[in-house]
Design a protein around this ligand. Structure first.
Ligand code: 13P
Length: 281
């Protein structure tokens, strides 16, 4: 079913697992992510940056994800990742995205609350879910710096107040991860995550999933992470495989000969991550 973030995270919470949220850069990757979820018989969140949404077209993305969810018989959420523009958020909700993230993490606390509340009112009226971020995750996203400031970890007391005042459905926390970290693994502050988990009344989201080690995946899920964002690893492996194939093949072969094997690589990674996020030991 084509469904909301709130629905899939509620189910994940009951099962002490996380739902994978994978960044796509085009329509091709949507298929690979969807097929992986179909094979694993697990809900999945397909997320786009504002840039990808503009490139593919929001209504096109909604139509494709809806149709794949029905064809494969798994729950799928289409989520707008790290949106800062009110116009883009409104356009996504109007187009039928079932979830949006308002990223006010670089704003002062009060402004983040005000901006998030406005998004919650609009999205909830249309039946869509909202994720917001408190604290700052470092690094890059979609080639652009998400936050130039040094990462500031999420304060647990602020998290409680923020959730109460905004009415969000999920909270992205800063616990030491960085966007775009694919050459090494992050050192996660599990104590901060545990303190947030003890007091937060909404599901928690981890950003910068590429830099999280397999061993830490279980530790963070046990401490309340329910949405697990992964982007860079898919992109890097897609680019590596494509490069190799475009170089090896003649220029008049079908484009599929270069694209399909790269998609299979992406699908394999997503399946592996999804099975890890089930948190079975
Ligand atoms: P990575 O690209 O580091 O996996 O992070 C993805 C993410 O957090 C998207 O918001």
């Amino acid at each position: 079913m084509y469904t909301t973030l709130q629905n899939v995270l509620a189910e994940a919470d009951q099962l002490n697992m996380a739902v994978g949220a994978f960044n796509t850069h085009n329509l091709e990757m949507v298929q690979a992510i969807a097929k992986a979820a179909g094979n694993q018989k697990t809900p999945v969140i397909i997320q786009t940056s504002e840039g990808t949404a503009k490139y593919v077209g929001m209504r096109t993305l909604v139509a494709v994800v809806k149709s794949l969810a029905e064809a494969l018989g798994v729950d799928m959420v289409l989520h707008l990742d790290h949106a800062k523009s009110w116009d883009n958020i409104r356009e996504a909700v109007d187009a039928g995205y079932t979830s949006v993230m308002f990223d006010g993490s670089a704003l002062p606390f009060k402004d983040n609350i005000l901006g998030t509340r406005r998004v919650v009112e609009y999205a909830h009226a249309a039946g869509a879910s909202v994720e917001a971020e408190l604290g700052t995750v470092g690094g890059t996203e979609d080639g652009l710096v998400v936050n130039p400031d040094a990462a500031k970890l999420t304060d647990p007391d602020d998290a409680v107040e923020f959730i109460e005042r905004t009415g969000i459905d999920a909270l992205a926390v800063a616990i030491g991860t960085n966007h775009g970290q694919y050459k090494s693994k992050t050192s996660i502050n599990l104590d901060v995550l545990e303190s947030i988990h003890q007091v937060a009344t909404k599901p928690l989201v981890i950003h910068g999933g590429t830099g999280v080690s397999d061993a830490d995946v279980h530790k963070v899920i046990d401490r309340g992470i329910r949405k697990f964002n992964v982007g860079t690893e898919l992109l890097v492996q897609w680019n590596r495989k494509s490069k190799e194939l475009y170089e090896a093949h003649k220029e008049n072969v079908s484009n599929r000969d270069n694209v399909v094997p790269a998609l299979e690589v992406v699908q394999g990674i997503v399946e592996r991550k999804i099975s890890l996020f089930k948190n079975i030991r």
